[in-house]
Design a protein around this ligand. Sequence first.
Ligand SMILES: O=C(O)CCC(=O)C(=O)O
Ligand SMILES: [Fe+2]
Length: 401
Amino acid sequence: MNVGGVSSSHGASLSFSLQHDTPVGQTRNSESPTMGVTDTTQQAFDRAQELKQFDESKQGVKGLVDSGLTSIPSHFIHPPETLSSLKTAQPRPDSIHSIPIIDLSGWDSSRRPSIIEEVGRVSRELGFFQVVNHGVPTEVMDRTSTAVKAFNELPVEAKARIYRREMGREGDTGVAYFSNVDLFHAKAASWRDTLQIRLEPKPDIAEIPEVCRNEVMEWDQQTQRLGRILLGLLSEGLGLSPEKLQELTCPESRAMVGNYYPCCPQPDLTVGLACHTDPGVIAVLLQDQLPGLQVKHGDEWLDAPPIPGALVVNIGDILQIMSNNEYKSAEHRALANPNREPRVTIVVFHNVSNVDTQLGPLPELVSSDKPAAFRQFTMGEYRRAFFTTELDDSLVNYFRA
Ligand SMILES: O=C(O)CCC(=O)C(=O)O
Ligand SMILES: [Fe+2]
């Protein structure tokens, strides 16, 4: 959700490409963003100072780790209710333990009907799945991940050049590096740095750090192709024509975030990325070999473990709404990385670009048996809702009929 690098009162790391009024990036924190109500004025002041200093240093969490710190600064400590949920509960014997894996081989031939059936079923049940045999070469996956890691490991001065939070304003290049998009709004900061790049409409290509420029462009090509395939399957999974969802996201709007989770000295006190739903249509996520991604299913957290060669796909809020609640936009989070090696993930968000686009349940999916679960609204209204509502759960609730 996001590239505006703008955070609403939800404390969401929710960015919008404001130029195009489209949520393109990351996330929505489902937790209340307000600081602890028991904070004294002095505590609140100290905290604000700490955050400001951290932000102005432009060093990110990576810089803190490199300085050799052994305990995390207090503003990274999450509230007890979050921390207690990090302890892995014993899974119930009847529960699914990890997210489903779908083999896409033959998506354009004889296996298509069974793939559509599976994609549709899993999107209704959980809204999250991994895909294998998706056609993106593993060398490209490795190359992209390595390049994004290399960017994060450049000297602070090199990254500081693009450290900014003002995306979407005039002069926006579409490229930004920052730590915690919601740094000044979230209840607590998370142990992660982010490189965010608008992919469509095109960014200022020269602004993309050279160390990962070619790889980002190549990743865009690959995920654009895969995005079209997935939107086709998801469309048919709803009983719609294969082009339907693609038409809706046209003219296309895409953004990428490269998340970098350096080793956290106290991974039990913070998270890598707070619980959120993604606001757009779909997200396609590449994770390296380190675990951390978890998806909420009922009251359980399921792991989405790294599988060599696989990509994770999830449904965003807009698609839950368009599908009239058929597909689920699931809450998910990333744990803080306890490993010495950094964890790197790259997410491409496929969004709806035009502010005037009418959104809401597709008429084809509304009937007397299944009345519209959401009202109609425009993309512009959706965008405003991000910034003005006091929601403490998924944005879809705002538009419920
Ligand atoms: O890095 C991960 O595992 C999750 C990333 C994610 O959910 C996001 O960037 O929206
Ligand atoms: Fe996400």
